[in-house]
Design a binder for this molecule. Structure first.
Ligand code: UDP
Ligand code: MG
Length: 317
């Protein structure tokens, strides 16, 4: 019998989790698969862990991993994928924004054979602040232009994958994780399902504008080297300009003599060039910071407690 694992990262989801548990269990019992629910407690500050433990006591399908602190959704998702043992693995949120009712349909699509994963995207950005929508659209436009990886606008992390795709993702042990890019990078044939955005059932979203902005910059740095090229093109452009200005100044000196003028323009030029230099050093700094973190080879997550007995990510690679 096929086994399906449902991986769910949870950060302060004590209210949503029981609702999610009831609905997903009802749906999975109707399929002809064995199933496990892999819940990752990402250092929650509320009673998420005790809710998990309570449910695990009464239902052996519940596997819980509790991380030693809040590592972020990316790390929590990775922890879950590392532990999942199913032939099919789904990633979904605990807040019911990812409808469990889609699972049987996704399973049918994978079993039919020609696809390796079924992913979901939201139909539109209704209900989102206009400023955020605008930035989100620009982000997807930019990253798809400057990166080789296809990153789909409005894609959610909710997807069902075959084992071979999960293994590929687990083998990508990078510390700086940007899942939307990783899912695209590993390839495989993906079927897209579009659905209307659904409001959270309880609790609140952990994202705000700055967190999203930082996440977007991380995504660009992780999946594109174009910002580095922009820095060098700036350099080449400025060198060319300064060369032209030099010729102009020499000619002006020869033709008109040397009237002392242009203090203001010199100050402007100095400030302008200084700004560009700092900007370019900043871009390089971003990449160096990433290299620095990768070179430490730190585990992506650390498990403090689990009913599966796993410790960190090195065990599953
Ligand atoms: N989450 C997590 N660690 C975090 C933040 C979020 O594991 O540091 C989980 C959260 O519990 C939820 C999922 O990631 O199951 C998505 O979070 P959220 O609903 O806040 O994001 P949104 O749906 O607004 O994109
Ligand atoms: Mg959500």
């Amino acid at each position: 019998m096929d086994r399906i694992s449902i991986v769910t990262p949870c950060y302060n989801e004590q209210e949503s989790l029981p609702v999610f548990y009831r609905q997903i269990t009802e749906i999975l019992q109707k399929t002809d698969c064995e199933y496990e629910l892999v819940w990752v407690d990402d250092g929650s500050r509320d009673n998420t862990l005790s809710v998990m433990k309570g449910l695990a006591e009464t239902d052996e399908h519940v596997i819980y991993l509790s991380l030693s602190r809040n590592f972020g959704k990316e790390a929590a998702m990775y922890a879950g994928l590392c532990s999942a043992r199913g032939d099919y693995v789904a990633v979904m949120d605990a807040d019911m924004q990812d409808p469990p009712g889609l699972i049987p349909r996704m399973l049918d699509i994978l079993r039919e054979g020609s696809y390796d994963s079924v992913a979901t995207r939201r139909a539109d950005r209704k209900g989102e602040p206009p400023v955020r929508s605008w930035f989100a659209r620009r982000f997807y436009q930019i990253i798809n232009k400057i990166s080789d990886v296809d990153i789909v606008d409005g894609a959610r992390d909710f997807r069902l994958m075959k084992r071979k795709m999960v293994d590929a993702i687990v083998s990508m042990a990078e510390y700086n994780r940007f899942s939307k890019g990783i899912f695209g990078w590993v390839g495989f044939r993906t079927y897209w399902i579009t659905y209307e955005n659904i409001e959270r059932v309880a609790g609140e979203s952990k994202w705000n504008f700055w967190k999203l902005f930082k996440y977007a910059v991380d995504g660009i740095i992780n999946f594109s080297q174009t910002p580095l090229s922009i820095a060098s093109w700036f350099g080449i452009g400025m060198t060319f300009c300064s060369f032209m200005i030099l010729i102009f100044l020499v000619l002006r000196r020869l033709i008109f003599g040397d009237p002392v003028a242009g203090w203001a323009s010199i100050v402007c030029i100095i400030i302008f060039i200084g700004g560009i230099q700092l900007f370019c050093i900043g871009i390089m700094g971003q990449y160096i910071a990433k290299i620095y973190m990768e070179s430490k080879h730190r585990p992506v997550f650390i498990i403090s407690e689990s009913n599966r007995g796993q410790k960190n990510d090195e065990e599953c690679r």
